[in-house]
Design a protein around this ligand. Structure first.
Ligand code: HEC
Ligand code: HEC
Length: 160
């Protein structure tokens, strides 16, 4: 079932009219940091329980709004929070949203981005599946300072 729905989603992503709008904007992306300082304490606390707290600069505001409005069915998990916390975290995410996406597309996954594919094109498909990595969204397996919003190539090391 999961495989089937993933395949369907992939198909939709290719064919939906708006989908092509999410593009890697490598030429003119600004160099503002993925993670501001200081970070919002609620975000740090509530969004790091199940995975790395993904830096706000990794998705556009529209994506964050979608994610934050569906926390009770968050990728198959219940990540719901008090309304007040949702408001506070959403504001933090929106304010520090991505500069890597060029359009009004609102993907739910960072890994769906063209920029993501472009930056990782040298990584063989089998590498993502290593037990030490498990999934492309496990940024910190390779980007050792991902929790600090640092993704530059000098702090990358791919585990065996
Ligand atoms: C109860 C556990 C849980 C909590 C708490 C949680 N998440 Fe998640 N999150 C998940 C799961 C499960 C996935 C899907 C992981 C996968 O498919 O590999 C996910 C995936 C994501 C993704 C997509 C990553 C990608 O590109 O594949 C984003 C973005 C995200 N979460 C944001 C948040 C934010 C923002 C918060 C805090 C408000 C949060 N999460 C809190 C469980 C959680
Ligand atoms: C399998 C290891 C691995 C995983 C997992 C991984 N990356 Fe990467 N990432 C790399 C490598 C290798 C590079 C290329 C470094 C280079 O430029 O030579 C890279 C490059 C990048 C760059 C470009 C850095 C720059 O200086 O231009 C960004 C941004 C990035 N990754 C973000 C992410 C995010 C966000 C995640 C999780 C959603 C992630 N990566 C998951 C290995 C990984």
């Amino acid at each position: 079932m999961k495989l089937l729905s993933n395949a369907l989603l992939a198909l939709l992503a290719v064919t939906a009219p708006g989908a092509q709008a999410a593009q890697y904007n490598g030429e003119n992306r600004s160099h503002s940091p993925m993670l501001p300082k200081p970070v919002n304490a609620k975000w740090q606390q509530e969004c790091s329980g199940c995975h790395l707290a993904f830096a706000p600069g990794l998705l556009p505001a529209a994506s964050w709004r979608k994610i934050m409005s569906g926390l009770d069915h968050h990728f198959g998990a219940d990540a719901s929070l008090a309304a007040q916390d949702v408001t506070e975290i959403t504001a933090f995410l929106e304010k520090n949203q991505a500069n890597r996406w060029t359009s009004n597309a609102a993907p739910l996954r960072i890994t769906e981005g063209k920029w993501f594919a472009a930056k990782h094109r040298e990584i063989a498909p089998a590498v993502w599946q290593r037990a030490s990595i498990k999934s492309a969204n496990n940024c910190i397996a390779c980007h050792r300072s991902a929790d600090k919003g640092v993704f530059d190539e000098h702090q990358v090391s791919i585990p065996r």
